[in-house]
Ligand binder design. Structure first.
Ligand SMILES: *Cc1c(COP(=O)(O)O)cnc(C)c1O
Length: 359
């Protein structure tokens, strides 16, 4: 793993904040230049939060089985994605691999970090194209060994279940990618909690260059709190911890995460409701003549091909219902991505679609 890191990160002497310098319990803290008075709520808001999110990580271990020593918490998983670029990719030199159509943020973070993106598109039925992947990796290796190229593909992103297509990839396929790719394989499991397929977390003991991303933003109903999770080898966790902003997750967010994780049974109930609504919506949408195809979804949204996505998008927006128009993504012509909402929200969408058909 170390040879994949940027040199400046491998050699980094991390900033040591007050909460890192002294670990333990004391009666008087005069080490962080905080104000002694908490006048907004007497909840310790005058104090810096725990940089290591210790309580949250303990709860993640207990509730989700994500091993404590193998987690790093980010300000959303978006922060972790950005930090992976900053750890591994030399700007203007290295590359990353994405499999389109997929989560748009990977490309944006690549652009921000001046990192080239190699697209290895999914097949038109949204499966991993192993022929193309092996072909590309083989050629890259040859070029590198022939001394023709300085940079290399450092990160490969697999989003599973994939956004915006909705399908999860079988664990054997993810395992196969981890075996083929000599860089860091990042498996973004933002929608894992909705899926019935296995988690890449189970592959971690065998693949030290694997990073699995989870988030509390989707199934855990805490998008507002900004809590994302990297699960990885201790060595990768150490690097991610060394280079992140010291206090990257605020105290209120850590508290919200703890509150949410303490209510796993309620989350489970809401998840069942959502999945029930997903089946209902699949059936109802399938009966509409404006719907051409509904793609299989392992997440809490449906990718739906319609007759005219732009027109329908604007029609719904004008009725106050916003869906995501994904028509311009590869293989997603005339596709809308529809989040499964509450029963009444879903009913409003169905009513609007019924009116659209009549118009
Ligand atoms: C929503 C989403 C995330 C979540 O990002 P956060 O920053 O944790 O809110 C990550 N990856 C994908 C693919 C998503 O769709």
């Amino acid at each position: 793993m170390r040879e994949l890191l940027r040199k400046n990160i491998a050699n980094l002497v991390p900033y040591s904040c007050a909460r890192n310098d002294f670990v333990g319990e004391a009666e008087v803290y005069l080490d962080a230049n905080e104000n002694w008075r908490d006048f907004v709520g007497d909840q310790g808001r005058n104090r810096y939060p725990d940089p290591l999110c210790t309580q949250v990580r303990k709860a993640l271990d207990e509730v989700l089985g994500l091993p404590f020593a193998h987690t790093v918490i980010g300000n959303g998983s978006d922060e972790i994605i950005d930090n992976l670029f900053r750890c591994f990719c030399n700007p203007g030199v290295d590359k990353v691999i994405i499999m389109s159509p997929t989560y748009g943020a990977y490309r944006v973070f690549a652009d921000i970090n001046d990192v080239l993106v190699e697209q290895i598109p999914l097949t038109s039925d949204f499966a991993i194209d192993f022929d193309a992947l092996e072909g590309f990796l083989g050629q890259e290796k040859k070029r590198r060994e022939g001394g023709k190229e300085d940079g290399r593909s450092k990160l490969l992103f697999i989003c599973s279940p994939n956004n915006p297509t909705g399908n999860a990839f079988p664990l054997e396929e993810i395992e196969r990618v981890c075996t083929l790719f000599e860089g860091i394989t990042v498996v973004d499991e933002a929608y894992y909690d909705f899926s019935s397929l296995g988690s890449a977390v189970t592959l971690l003991p065998r693949f030290p260059r694997l990073v699995v991303l989870r988030t509390l933003s989707k199934c855990w109903s805490l998008a507002n709190a900004r809590v994302g999770i990297a699960v990885a080898s201790e060595a990768i966790c150490k690097v991610l911890t060394s280079m992140k902003y010291p206090y990257n997750v605020g105290g209120p967010s850590q508290e919200l995460a703890l509150k949410g994780l303490a209510q796993a049974d309620k989350v489970q109930q809401v998840r069942s409701l959502t999945l029930g609504e997903k089946s209902r919506m699949e059936e109802a949408l399938a009966s509409l003549s404006c719907v051409v195809k509904i793609f299989r979804s392992d997440a809490n949204f449906l990718l739906v091909r319609v007759g005219n996505a732009d027109e329908l998008y604007h029609y719904l927006a004008q009725k106050g219902i916003i869906v995501r128009n994904r028509s311009r993504e590869l293989y997603c012509e005339n596709c809308l991505r529809i989040t499964i909402g509450s029963k009444s929200e879903n009913d409003r969408l169905l009513a609007a679609l019924a009116a659209y058909e009549e118009a």
